[in-house]
Write a protein that binds this ligand. Structure first.
Ligand code: UDP
Ligand code: MN
Length: 245
C-alpha cells in the first residue's frame, strides 16, 4: 500500500550513511511501502542527493530536543536528546500508517507485516531488559515503576518480538538467545555508541576493523558489504573527485 511508509531519521551525514544502508536493505527485500527520510538542516548536499535516490520522500525537519537532560544523562547518552526528533513522524499525516526504524538498523528480510500492528507498537530495548534484571536484583521498586509502568500494563501484542530488534552485540554476549532466535532475525540493530560507520572496512580483504569489531562480526560485515557495493558508488558520483570519508 502506497499510503504507508517506513520512516527513518538522520540529523547528520554520519547517520545519513546508516539511513542509506537501511533504505537499500528495505528495497532489496521488496518492500511495497513508501520510504521516508527525515533529515536535519545540517546535512550536506551530496548526502541529501543520495538519500533522495533511495527514499521516496526526504523531508527536512527541525531538530527537537527533549530538554530532559537529567534523564538522558542518567542513561549516559546525552547525545540522545536529538532522537526526540523522531516525533516528527506523527506530522507525516499524508500516510495512514508509519513504521519508524532507527538509521542504525539493517533489514534482513521483508518486514511489511509490521504494518498490520496497531499504534503504538514497539520492540523492547534489550538494555532496558537488562536494567530491569538489575533492578529486580537490587529490589529498587521505585526505579522499576517509573521506568516500566507503561510497559508492563501495555497490550502485549504491541510488544514486537525480538526478531524485529536484534542487537548485533547482544547476539555474541548472550549466545543462547541468539541460537534460539538469531536465525529468524529480521532486523539487526547496531545500538550503542559504536555504529557500523565508526569502523573501517577493507574492500580488498572484506574485513571490518575497529575497537570491538570482533564482538559482532557477521552483521557488521553485512552492513559494510551493502554500504560499499551500493551506497559508496552513489556517494562517489555526488562527490566527484573530493574525498568524502
Ligand atoms: N539520530 C540522528 N542523529 C543523532 C542521533 C540519533 O539522526 O545524532 C537518529 C537515528 O535515526 C538513530 C536514532 O535517532 O538511529 C536513535 O539513536 P541511536 O540509534 O544512536 O540510539 P541507540 O539505538 O544506540 O540507542
Ligand atoms: Mn539505534
Amino acid at each position: 500500500m502506497s499510503d504507508q511508509a517506513f520512516v527513518t531519521l538522520a540529523t547528520n551525514d554520519s547517520y545519513a550513511r546508516g539511513a542509506m544502508v537501511l533504505g537499500k536493505s528495505l528495497r532489496n527485500h521488496n518492500t511495497s511501502k513508501k520510504l521516508v527520510a527525515l533529515i536535519g538542516p545540517q546535512m550536506s548536499e551530496p548526502c541529501k542527493a543520495v538519500l533522495k535516490r533511495i527514499y521516496d520522500e526526504v523531508r527536512e525537519v527541525d531538530v527537537l530536543d527533549s530538554g530532559d537532560t537529567a534523564h538522558l544523562a542518567m542513561m549516559k547518552r546525552p547525545d540522545l536528546g536529538v532522537t526526540f526528533t523522531k516525533l516528527h513522524c506523527w506530522t507525516l499525516t499524508h500516510y495512514s500508517k508509519c513504521v519508524f526504524m532507527d538509521a542504525d538498523t539493517l533489514v534482513l528480510s521483508n518486514i511489511d507485516e509490521l504494518f498490520n500492528r496497531e499504534e503504538l507498537s514497539a520492540a523492547p530495548d534489550p538494555r532496558l531488559a537488562r536494567l530491569l534484571q538489575l533492578r529486580f536484583d537490587g529490589g529498587d521498586q521505585g526505579v522499576l515503576n517509573s521506568f516500566f509502568n507503561d510497559w508492563s500494563t501495555a497490550d502485549i501484542s504491541k510488544h514486537l518480538p525480538f526478531i524485529y530488534n536484534l542487537s548485533s552485540i547482544a547476539i555474541y554476549t548472550y549466545l543462547p538467545a541468539f541460537k534460539q532466535y538469531g536465525g529468524n532475525a529480521k532486523v539487526v540493530h547496531f545500538l550503542g555508541k559504536t555504529k557500523p560507520w565508526s569502523y573501517t572496512y577493507n574492500t580488498t580483504s572484506r574485513r571490518v576493523t575497529g575497537s570491538d569489531a570482533a564482538t559482532h562480526p557477521t552483521f557488521l560485515l553485512d552492513w559494510w558489504s551493502l554500504y560499499s557495493r551500493t551506497v559508496v558508488p552513489m556517494l562517489q558520483e555526488q562527490h566527484g573527485d573530493e574525498p568524502f570519508y
